[in-house]
Design a protein around this ligand. Structure first.
Ligand code: NCD
Length: 297
């Protein structure tokens, strides 16, 4: 198996720190050209705005050539199997394939069969490693450290690859992590994901003394049951400014996007000084530059 980046679970703390250090270097704007004449293919089988654009910009800033393919425009819609699609792309000799897929484990399966490194841009409900890395970089920017944080992750935990990758990453740095959501979206077994993980259905309890409040979108596309109406969800699990009085005075609000105002958070919070949502987007480019460089160079 060729080294790509499939998840945070397989990474040790030194590897994470090395990626974050290189990302900090790439936070200074400019062109770096360390991947000139290299080809990176972005293959997205699920909707994406920020992740796909961010990978594309990252590749371009490194001087690489990029091609982006989305599901509706690919031959998968003509019945081709995933393995055949990937083999076709590999025959064009890219140096890396960035891939998002609705099936958990899809990139891991393909990585066992292909010689081209694969970067996981989100697989089902499993992992989204570059999101956790850009979240870590954003936390580091604000606090100067990732050590011993209290982090509340609130929302549709059951379907969130962002939550899983963040739990793996932050627990490497001794974080105590509270996962919070309605019972139907908070599977008990997630407590075993890493040491220092607690579960609660009570939002006030989750936010009390938190350094970081990370809100998640309700993943309607992955839910089979009738979901709670937006207004009802917001009443119990929507973040409002008054909640933030329970957190640490300098606590930050994060969200991987896309945000749904009036469902998982109020506009007041989204647009407040505490929100680092657009800093997360900005840091996504630097982190993806570091990851692509590591995987390809
Ligand atoms: C997340 C994803 O796709 O997992 N979005 C993202 O990559 N920024 C979260 C989401 O879609 O809610």
């Amino acid at each position: 198996m060729t080294a790509g980046l499939l998840g945070i679970e397989g990474l040790g703390r030194p590897e994470i720190e090395a990626i974050l250090e290189r990302s900090r270097y790439f936070q200074s704007p400019g062109r770096y050209d360390t991947l000139r004449h290299r080809l990176i293919v972005n293959l997205f089988f699920e909707a994406s705005t920020r992740t796909r654009t961010s990978f594309e910009i990252a590749a371009k800033r490194l001087g690489a050539d990029t091609v982006s393919i989305t599901a509706s425009s690919s031959s998968v819609s003509k019945g081709e199997s995933l393995v055949d699609t990937l083999n076709t792309l590999v025959a064009m000799k890219p140096q890396a394939i960035v891939m998002r897929h609705s099936a958990s484990g899809a990139p891991h399966f393909l990585a066992r069969h292909l010689s081209t490194p694969i970067v996981n841009a989100g697989d089902g409900t499993h992992e989204h490693p570059t999101q956790a890395l850009l979240d870590a970089l954003t936390i580091f920017d604000r606090r100067g450290s990732l050590e011993n944080l209290r982090v509340a992750i609130i929302g549709d935990i059951a379907h969130s690859r962002v939550a899983r990758s963040n739990v793996h990453l932050l627990s490497r740095f001794g974080a105590s992590i509270v996962l919070c959501g309605p019972p139907a979206l908070l599977p008990r077994e997630l407590e075993q994901l890493a040491p220092g993980v607690e579960l609660t259905n009570d939002m006030n309890e989750a936010i009390r003394d938190a350094d970081v409040v990370m809100m998640l979108r309700v993943q309607l596309e992955r839910q089979h049951e009738v979901p709670m109406a937006a207004g009802e969800y917001f009443r119990f699990y929507g973040l409002r400014l008054e909640h933030m009085a329970l957190a640490k005075p300098d606590a930050i609000v994060m969200h991987p996007g896309p945000i749904n105002r009036g469902r998982e958070l109020s506009s007041e919070v989204a647009d407040s000084q505490r929100s680092v949502i657009l800093n997360q987007v900005e840091n996504g480019i630097a982190v993806r530059m570091a990851v692509l460089e590591k995987v390809v160079a």
